[in-house]
Design a protein. Structure first.
Ligand code: URA
Length: 264
C-alpha cells in the first residue's frame, strides 16, 4: 500500500475508533478541530477534552490544511496500537506491564520522565511510586491535576533493578515518545531529569546545566528540570525545581494558558 493510502487507512481507522469511543462514553459527535486551535489559545484552557485514559484520551484533530493530522485520543491510540506487545528491546523480557502514558490527550502541558520503576511496572501507569507522588504534588502546586496534563516516559518498560535505560533501549522507544508528543502537540514539555532532557534535546549537557533554561523541541517550548527521584535524594534542589516550574507557569500565562486552579 502506498504512503497516502496507508495514511488514509489510518485516518479512517482512527475516526472509526473515535466514533466508537464517543458512542461508548456518551461524548457525542466527532469534533474536527483545526490544528490552529492550538496556536490560538483555547479560552477553556486545560479543561478541554479532559478525559483520563491510560492509552490516551478522546478527540480527533484534523488539520484544516492539506495534510490531516490525527491527534488527541485517536492519535495516541494509534501509537499505542503500533507499540503493540512490544519486543523491540530487551526491557520487554522483564516487564509486567508496558507503561504507555496517562492524562489528558489534548494537554497543553506534558511531563516526560525516564522510565517506569517497580510500582509503575506493577500498575501500568507512570509516576505512581514515591517519585510519582512527589511529581503529583509538584503538578498540583502548579494548579493542575494529573488529569489535566499528560505524563509519560522515555522508555515504556522498567529497566531491571531501576538501572538507567541503555542507549539501545532509548533508541528503540524514543520514536514512540516522539509520536505521542506529535499526537498531543502540547505547548510546553517539562523534561524530568537527564534522560528525558538529553533524549529530546539531543544534547548531552548535564541536567544541572540544562535545567532552568527554556529550549525548543520541534517548535514546542521545553523546560528541563530535575527528576523527582533526584529531588527525593537531595531535597535542597527542590527550590530550583520549583523555580523552573514557576517559569513554566509564567511562560504558559504569556500564551494565555492558565492552570484550572491558582498555583500555590
Ligand atoms: N521515574 C520515572 O522516570 N518514571 C516513572 O514513571 C516513575 C519513576
Amino acid at each position: 500500500m502506498d504512503d497516502s493510502r496507508e495514511q488514509l487507512r489510518r485516518i479512517v481507522a482512527g475516526l472509526r475508533t473515535n466514533l466508537a469511543l464517543r458512542g461508548r462514553s456518551g461524548l457525542g459527535g466527532v469534533p474536527l478541530a483545526p490544528t490552529r486551535r492550538r496556536q490560538s489559545i483555547a479560552p477553556e484552557g486545560p479543561a478541554r477534552g479532559r478525559v483520563v485514559v491510560a492509552g490516551g484520551g478522546p478527540a480527533v484533530s484534523a488539520d484544516d490544511g492539506p495534510s490531516p493530522r490525527v491527534g488527541g485520543l485517536v492519535g495516541l491510540r494509534l501509537v499505542r496500537e503500533e507499540l503493540g506487545d512490544c519486543q523491540r528491546c530487551k526491557l520487554s523480557r522483564g516487564r509486567k506491564n508496558l507503561v504507555y502514558g496517562v492524562g489528558n490527550p489534548d494537554a497543553h502541558l506534558v511531563f516526560v520522565g525516564e522510565g517506569p520503576g517497580a510500582d509503575e511496572d506493577e500498575q501500568g501507569e507512570p509516576f505512581v511510586g514515591k517519585a510519582g507522588q512527589l511529581l503529583t504534588k509538584m503538578i498540583e502546586a502548579m494548579g493542575y491535576g494529573r488529569a489535566d496534563v499528560y505524563i509519560c516516559n522515555v522508555v515504556k518498560c522498567r529497566p531491571p533493578g531501576n538501572r538507567n535505560p541503555e542507549p539501545d533501549e532509548i533508541a528503540a522507544c524514543e520514536p514512540f515518545l516522539k509520536k505521542q508528543l506529535g499526537a498531543i502537540r502540547p505547548r510546553m514539555i517539562v523534561a524530568l531529569g537527564k534522560f528525558a532532557a538529553q533524549c529530546l534535546l539531543r544534547d548531552d549537557t548535564p541536567i544541572g546545566r540544562l535545567r532552568g533554561n527554556f529550549r525548543s523541541y520541534e517548535g514546542i517550548a521545553l523546560m528541563p528540570t530535575f527528576h523527582p527521584a533526584y529531588l527525593l535524594r537531595d531535597p535542597s534542589k527542590k527550590k530550583e525545581a520549583w523555580e523552573d516550574l514557576k517559569a513554566v507557569l509564567a511562560a504558559l500565562k504569556k500564551m494565555a494558558l492558565e492552570p484550572p486552579r491558582a498555583p500555590v
